[in-house]
Design a protein around this ligand. Structure first.
Ligand SMILES: [Zn+2]
Ligand SMILES: [Zn+2]
Length: 353
């Protein structure tokens, strides 16, 4: 059964025709749990893999969370400061942290290697630890060029395979400093180069983190049009859009960011959404501004983006439909892979929102 994105509730270019030049096509992959075979495009399915090609492994150190708090006294002091503030402001008021809390948090974060969960006030060590043995990568996705015409493949290739080490890595060579997630490995190949004889089952990763292991899903690719995050538009256009957006929201309850611009869910090509941080420039080492290659999102739609729910799933809100892959990178975020438009063999850049 195909999946069909409902028409956007408002045609933004009818109101702001200048947006049209910023339009990009994306391919919504519409993954759904199933049993893909090695010849299919899939997420979490088997890959077409030459029998004589070694399966890639990871030797980069991973981050391991230690269960014991970094400094129990610090955690106690933080909780006490929070309780005092809440007593003054009223519990659950969501008020601003006090200067004392900020000072304690600064102290916690300045400790080398410490990761601080600012939301729950629990403080743990994160230590860098080598895999005991090279960790076989997990097969994450296989995409035929014919299924994702929104991606430009390197010359002579028609199949993209995504593998990653399903543990959290930081300080990966060539990646942004703040990236913390799987170490991603892309393979571009030509289907006709791979023998059709079924290969032996690939080795499974030994070190794993559940949030990075996909449920096998078949795909129902569909192209839709997207428009960029408002902050990436030229100033004058962004101002007009902001004013218009307020009217849309007031009159229709639809919002440019959630309903009219960028599709949620797993997709290939198109515009990257920026909902956790402001839009950041993603530049290749050659200086080119990189394009979104793939987004692995935890959810195909949620409360803020229900207008993107396919017509065929109108009645379906259960987990297997709106959270089909089981991937939840960055605490229910989206792992995005960016590619150089000048030379797709330049190393990709990773970002989690
Ligand atoms: Zn690894
Ligand atoms: Zn480049």
């Amino acid at each position: 059964m195909p999946r069909t994105t409902p028409p956007r509730p408002i045609d933004v270019t009818a109101v702001l025709p200048e947006l049209a030049v910023h339009a990009r096509e994306t391919t919504r992959l519409h993954p759904r749990p199933g049993a893909p075979d090695a010849t299919d495009s899939s997420i979490g399915g088997p890959l077409l893999w030459p029998a004589d090609e070694p399966w890639p492994t990871c030797t980069a150190p991973r981050m391991v969370q230690r269960s014991e708090p970094i400094a129990p006294a610090l955690v106690t002091a933080l909780r006490q400061a929070q309780a005092e503030r809440e007593a003054q402001q009223g519990a659950g008021s969501g008020g601003r942290r006090s200067p004392e809390e900020f000072a304690l948090l600064d102290k916690a974060m300045s400790r080398r290697g410490a990761g601080v969960d600012l939301i729950r006030y629990t403080t743990h060590w994160y230590e860098s630890e080598a895999h005991e043995e090279p960790n076989p990568l997990a097969a994450v996705a296989q995409l035929h060029a014919r299924d994702i015409p929104t991606v430009r493949f390197p010359a002579g290739t028609d199949l993209l395979q995504v593998l990653w080490c399903p543990t959290t890595h930081q300080d990966l060579p060539g990646q942004p400093r703040f990236y913390a997630g799987p170490s991603v490995h892309l393979v571009w190949r030509r289907v006709s180069d791979v023998s059709s004889a079924p290969g032996i089952a690939p080795p499974q990763p030994r070190d794993t983190h559940e949030s990075y292991l996909p449920t096998p899903c078949v795909l129902h690719p569909e192209q839709v049009t997207e428009y960029p995050h408002a902050d990436l538009l030229p100033d004058a256009l962004r101002k007009r859009l902001d004013a218009q957006d307020e009217r849309w929201l007031e009159e229709t309850d639809f919002h440019y960011q959630y309903d009219l611009s960028i599709a949620p869910g797993c997709k290939a090509g198109g515009w990257a959404s920026w909902h956790l941080t402001d839009p950041a420039s993603v530049d290749c080492r050659c200086g080119a501004s990189m394009d979104l290659l793939l987004s692995f999102d935890s959810s195909e739609w949620d409360g803020g983006s229900k207008s993107w729910r396919p017509l065929e799933d109108a009645e379906a809100d259960h987990v297997g439909v709106c959270e089909p892959t089981g991937l939840t990178p960055g605490r229910w975020g989206a792992l995005r892979i960016f590619l150089c438009p000048v030379d797709p063999t330049h190393p990709p850049l990773l970002n989690i929102q």
